[in-house]
Design a protein around this ligand. Sequence first.
Ligand SMILES: O=CCCC(=O)O
Length: 485
Amino acid sequence: MSIPLQHPSLFRQQALIGGLWCAADSGILQPIHNPATGELIGQVPYMGAAETQRAIAAAQAAQREWKQRTGKERAAVLRRWFELVMSHQEDLAQILTREQGRPLAEARGEIAYGASFIEWFGEEAKRTYGDTIPSPQASQRIVVIKQPVGVVAAITPWNFPNAMVTRKAAPALAVGCAVVLKPAPQTPFSALALAVLAEEAGLPPGLLNVVTGDAHAIGGAMTSSTAVAKLSFTGSTAVGKLLLAQCAGTVKRVSMELGGNAPFIVFDDADVDAAVAGAIASKYRNNGQTCVCANRIYVQSGIYDAFASKLASAVRQLKVGNGLEDGITLGPLIDERALLKVEAHIADALAKGAQLVMGGRRHALGHNFFEPTILVNASADMRVAQEETFGPLAPLFRFDTEEELLRLANATESGLASYFYSRDIARCWRVAEALETGMVGINTGLITSEVVPFGGIKQSGLGREGSYYGTDEYLNIKYLCFGGQ
Ligand SMILES: O=CCCC(=O)O
C-alpha cells in the first residue's frame, strides 16, 4: 500500500541508530496493518537486544557533546524541528490515521499537539534555572545546579503515536539528554517520520535513536543497561509495574504514565448540555482509547434520565468509519484484543443488571469497528467500574449524595484524571480537592495541553509530563558547597 504524501521520504521503513537508517541484524521485518482496513501499510525492522545496545552506545557518545551546548543552541534546533513538524502536518496526519485509525481531523490535531511539546520544551531549554540557599555556616555558600540525567530510554504507546514521542523526546533533548526510543509495535511510522524531521532540523546523529521490533528484548536491554539513566514509559499499569521492577536492578529514574479509570461526574446543579458536550469530548476522543477518557459516568438522580437521553442523542450524531473519509468522527479500535475487551465489559455489565441504550456490538463495517455504546444502571460490581475499557463504551452510574459519589469515584487503584460538572463554587472546590487523581477537569471534558503537568497518583504513575515540571524529570539536581569564604 502506498501513502500519497507530499514528501514520501517521511515514510521510513528502517530504524535509526547513531544517525544511520538500518535494518535488523537478522533481516527480519515486522508487517504493520491499517486497523480500519486490515491492509498492509509497510514493514519495519524486527530488532532486539543487540541493536538496542548499539543505540544506547550511540546515544551515550552523542550526549557528551550535546550537553555542552547552551540551552539557546539546543532551543534553536528544537524550534526548527517544531516548524518542520507543523509544515508537514498533513503528511504526518496521513501516516498517523493509516497506522492508528483515528479520523484525519483528529490526527491533524494530534500533530499540532505533538509539535506543541517541541515548541514548549525548546523554549524551556533556556530556563533550567538553579537556586541559591542561604548557608547555616558563615564560611560557606550553597548553590543548586541542574544537569541532564544522560541517556533516556523512552517507550511510547499506540494511542498517540506522535504526541507521546514528542512529550518525552522534546524535554529530554531540550535539557541536554539523548534518547533511545521504542515506539509501539502497532504504530512505528509516526515516530520514524518525526526522526526524519529531527534529522532535517539539524539534531546531531545519535541523539534520537528509534529502535523497532521485539518489545521484550528491547525493553530488557534498556532496563538492564547501566548507561541508561532514565526510563520514561507510557502504557498499561501491568507493563509499567514490570518495567519498574526491571529498572530496580540499576536504580534508574523513571517516569510512568499508566492506566486510568476516570470518573466523569454530573451533579444535579450542572449545566446538562455542557456536561453532555464534555462527556462526548472526554469519552469518545480517540474512540475511547485515551488514558484520560471518561471511563465511569456518574450522574446524580435528579438529572439522570435527562442526561442519559441527551447523551444518546449526541452519540447518535457520531459517525463511525475509515478515518480517511470526510465527516468520520470515530475510527476503528486498534486491534482484535481491544474489541474483545469492550465486548467482555458489555457482557459482564448486562449480566449484572445494566441495560443497553444503544450500540453494544461490533459495527457492520467489520474489521476493528465497534458501535458507540451507552449502558444505564451500571453498578460498582461491574468490570466497567473497576477496569479501564479503552473503547467507545459509556456506562452511566446513578448516585444520590456528594458523599456517596466521592466514595464511589475514589474506589479504584487508578488516579489519573477525573471530571465533574457543577455550578456551585463551594462544591467545585470541595470535590476537586477530594478526588484522588492527578488531574481534575471542572466543567470541562478536555484537560490536556503542553503547558499542564500531565500525570497520575496511586497506580496511575510516577512523574509529570508537559509544563515546566516536565523538564525536571530529565534533570539531576546537584548542590555545590563552596567553603573557605
Ligand atoms: O493517553 C494518553 C495521553 C492523553 C493526552 O495527552 O491527552
